[in-house]
Design a protein around this ligand. Sequence first.
Ligand SMILES: NC(=O)c1ccc[n+]([C@@H]2O[C@H](COP(=O)([O-])OP(=O)(O)OC[C@H]3O[C@@H](n4cnc5c(N)ncnc54)[C@H](O)[C@@H]3O)[C@@H](O)[C@H]2O)c1
Length: 344
Amino acid sequence: MQDDVVRVGFLGAGLIATYHSKSLRRSGARVDRRGVYDPDPERAAAFAAASGHTVAASEDAVLDDCDAVYICTWTNEHARLLRSAVERGLHVFCEKPLAFTADDAQRMADVATAAGITHQVGLVLRRSPAYLWARHLIDDPAAGRVMAVVFRDDQFIPIQGHYASTWRADRSLVGAGTLLEHSIHDVDMLRYLVGDIASVSANTSNFHGHDGIEDVCTASLRFANGATGTLTSVWHDNLARPSLRRVEVFCERRHIVIEGDDWFGPVNWTDSDGTTGSLESEALAAAVQPMRDGGDNPDGEFIKAVIERRPATPDLHTAVAAHRVVDAMYASAAQGGTATQVLR
Ligand SMILES: NC(=O)c1ccc[n+]([C@@H]2O[C@H](COP(=O)([O-])OP(=O)(O)OC[C@H]3O[C@@H](n4cnc5c(N)ncnc54)[C@H](O)[C@@H]3O)[C@@H](O)[C@H]2O)c1
């Protein structure tokens, strides 16, 4: 790294790599765009042409020529590539889910931390104004304690439409279905909004019939603080519904709903004295500005942390905690929905 300009490489040149590349540009972060590698040469070439990166001949060629690397491949490659990056002392932004199991995710986080690198995971909702504001409303003593939460997340199965991925139907590449691949975001947000999850009871179904790829997961949750909740995660074929979440939080004296856009709301709330509130779009972003630890752009914040040689957030350990809950849900579902403790 020279003059605080971070040389950035990309492994994987698909949908989420493109998102991060554009987001890096929007952030204004001082980066030197170096190699990109994807075994699909057309993807690598299209990414390079749009972003200013250079097509590299191999993973090693990318890793040998950067200070920080984005791991944006399908999931089964994350752990191996993270190790190759860490061995070189590179800083890493790794997409979620980290791995197929919490134990593998834990090993990744431990290796990264032991190496002293800056590491960040793609649990981007941690910077969403809608979730930040909802947490602010929950933390307000006037709301009272959280009693219950209802979290629904549905989208068309992402092997079609703008995702156009086939690997999400191949368990050897993706690991599992809607819970691991998509709703690990939701589990992370449940922990962020309400707190640690102590035990779960879950059921899964597989309507599409792809081996090992559940397309429905419903779970009942018990939080360590006494609150309870439900998570419903569905991959259907309703192409009019690309990715939609609705979250309802019942506090003792406040009811909060996040709906519409994951980032810009609206967030609506009602208090026991009849007061109501609603925030969305720019007004929502402005309201959360003072309560941010850093900016709202996950990629700009990652590069800033690299330059300042400090930990980034959310880091791989945050993802491990979500993986532990996901593992407990799968274990519960395998036993017909029995209550299962979340390991720490
Ligand atoms: N944070 C989010 O909101 C979010 C959203 C979408 C996807 N993701 C995650 O990002 C990852 C990629 O998803 P996507 O939607 O971009 O998929 P994608 O299919 O659009 O892109 C993945 C690319 O990785 C490439 N690849 C596979 N092995 C590779 C290797 N060893 N080296 C370099 N490239 C390799 C594939 O050829 C493919 O082009 C997945 O883990 C997914 O769960 C996260």
